[in-house]
Write a protein that binds this ligand. Structure first.
Ligand SMILES: [Fe+2]
Ligand SMILES: [Fe+2]
Length: 161
């Protein structure tokens, strides 16, 4: 059986995905959220009769450039980026409605898998962050990401600490 990593290896090396290592998302790195979403999608795909490769690739790209959009429309933005990166239509179609029930409903099995996988991954992100608060790991990581992520100006960061 093909592993999740083998479906997404080329994408992980792409600069658009590589840069997410330095961006903050749900108080963890965006790459951590994307990889977690991809692994959950890969596991859920057979349960829903969906294509594992499409699910894993859509999940890895579903929040790319999300800051350029809003809560409800950033799926469209990420789908457009995925198309520019050469992803086929089923991958882009699964990305668009990942915020459901905010925004449109999925129109494919792969889209439904991503809706569920993204919510589960977000829950894990938040849980991991909270557990890490006890050891101090979360504060260290957040400080590091706030420095590497251009969105978090020094002023904004001071307000959050
Ligand atoms: Fe999202
Ligand atoms: Fe997400």
């Amino acid at each position: 059986m093909k592993s999740c990593e083998s479906y997404i290896r080329d994408l992980v090396a792409h600069p658009k995905v590589a840069e997410t290592r330095h961006l903050m998302h749900h108080n963890v790195s965006k790459q951590e959220h994307l990889l977690r979403s991809a692994r959950i999608s890969y596991r859920l795909a057979p349960v829903f009769g969906a294509d594992r490769g499409i699910c894993a690739r859509a999940a890895l790209l579903h929040d790319i450039d999300s800051r350029l959009g809003t809560w409800s429309n950033h799926g469209h933005i990420a789908a457009r980026v995925a198309a520019q990166m050469g992803e086929p239509e089923p991958v882009c179609r699964a990305i668009v409605p990942h915020m459901f029930p905010v925004g449109p409903a999925p129109t494919s099995r792969e889209g439904w898998v991503l809706v569920i996988a993204d919510k589960l991954a977000s829950l894990f992100d938040v849980t991991n962050f909270m557990v890490g608060l006890i050891t101090g790991r979360s504060q260290r990581l957040r400080r590091k990401l706030a420095q590497s992520d251009p969105f978090y100006s020094a002023r904004r960061w001071r307000r959050w600490t």
